[in-house]
Design a binder for this molecule. Structure first.
Ligand code: NDP
Ligand code: X2W
Length: 314
């Protein structure tokens, strides 16, 4: 069994990772780092955790000294480098999967979105950067037709407030969100750059946060160089994702938040064309904490460790 450590374990994505790891025979959670919950049983947060496991407040050197087979970093942006450096010094073979945005633009890290960027480079990889939640949904919308586009793709995103993490802010304040929808970072959101970079295609992105806890929608507006037929538009997605266990299709209506929330996979559909066939709209719904974060991290980890990508996920 591969020995897995988790840093940022009491956070929203950490909680999901503990649950997903408990569903695998071939991976075992051997430490869970949290400063706020140090000393408490991990089962107090996640009943699925190993019974004997307690949260520990581990700094980067202490994490590296554990010598785990793999470490998942699930901390806010800006914290991962210290852990990556300490692990490079003390335990360079330890696989790191980082959920933050810190290495998504660093070519020496593998950007792990298997359904779009493949699985060929995972085997033996030790530095994996996990994509952002909107960036996952947006790329799933754009990738199958990117070669047909005449200009930037426009992605409208709405996510639940768990996307804003546990540090209090207006974006996870349930009073400010009640009966409300909050647009933010309307130009230059990190996921706008992330989608553009990894698709090799300009993306414009406008995120919004809503009063529900988890779930996310990306609606992509796509302008084509030449008119396309409904069959070709929809067919591009059916072909691209036909063999993907975690991508489902909704063919008769657009996917809604409820189609993605609490699901390990993503739902793609709602293909709609303008009358002249030059503009297409497609929707992806997924769970920001799952396919948008923890599920994808488990896929990446399993692929790097040469284990079954989908155990406990499908
Ligand atoms: N929420 C989401 O939908 C998604 C999140 N992500 C990314 O995943 C990462 C985790 O997100 P999320 O789970 O929402 O975050 P949370 O705010 O819910 O959790 C953050 C965790 O990090 C720990 N932490 C905070 N600061 C530090 C620090 N300086 N050193 C060590 N540990 C620290 C906290 O524990 P403690 O203070 O107890 O140590 C806490 O467990 C982020 O980078 C986020 O951008 C990616 C995709 C989707
Ligand atoms: C509602 C909300 O704030 N959502 C987050 C989602 C992004 C996220 O969590 O991912 P990374 O920071 O890892 O890219 C945001 O827009 O920043």
């Amino acid at each position: 069994m591969k020995r897995i450590g988790l840093v940022g374990a009491r956070g929203h994505t950490g909680r999901e990772l503990i649950r997903l790891l408990s569903r695998r025979e071939d991976m075992g959670l051997v430490f869970a780092s949290s400063r706020a919950m140090a000393g408490e049983s991990v089962t107090a947060l996640a009943s699925e955790a190993p019974r004997e496991l307690r949260f520990e407040a581990l700094d980067a050197e202490a994490v590296a000294a554990k010598g785990a087979d793999a470490v998942i970093l699930a901390m806010p942006n800006g914290e991962a480098a210290a852990y990556a450096d300490a692990i490079a010094q003390a335990a360079p073979g330890t696989v790191i999967v980082d959920l933050s945005a810190d290495f998504r633009f660093d070519a020496s890290w593998l950007y792990g979105l298997p359904e779009i960027h493949g699985r060929d480079r995972h085997r033996g990889a030790t530095r994996i950067s996990n994509p952002g939640c909107y960036a996952t949904a947006g790329q799933l919308c754009v990738a199958p037709v990117r070669h047909l586009l005449s200009g930037p793709a426009h992605v409208f995103g709405v996510s639940g407030y768990s996307g804003a993490g546990t540090t209090p802010s207006r974006k996870n304040d349930t009073e400010a969100l009640a009966d409300n929808l909050m647009p933010y970072a309307l130009a230059g959101h990190i996921h706008e750059r992330e989608m553009s970079r990894h698709l090799g295609q300009d993306v414009r992105f406008s995120p919004h946060v809503a009063a529900f806890f988890q779930g996310l929608i990306a609606t992509a507006q796509l302008e084509f160089r030449e008119p396309v037929t409904q069959e070709a538009f929809k067919g591009a997605y059916l072909d691209a994702y036909a063999d993907e266990a975690l991508i489902g299709f909704i063919e008769d209506r657009p996917p809604e938040i409820r189609d993605g929330a609490h699901s390990n996979g993503a739902s793609v559909g709602g293909w709609t064309l303008s009358e002249d066939g030059r503009r297409g709209v497609v929707v992806c719904a997924l769970d920001n904490l799952l396919k948008g974060a923890a599920v994808q991290a488990i896929q990446n980890l399993a692929l790097a460790l040469e284990l079954d990508e989908f155990e406990g996920l499908t």
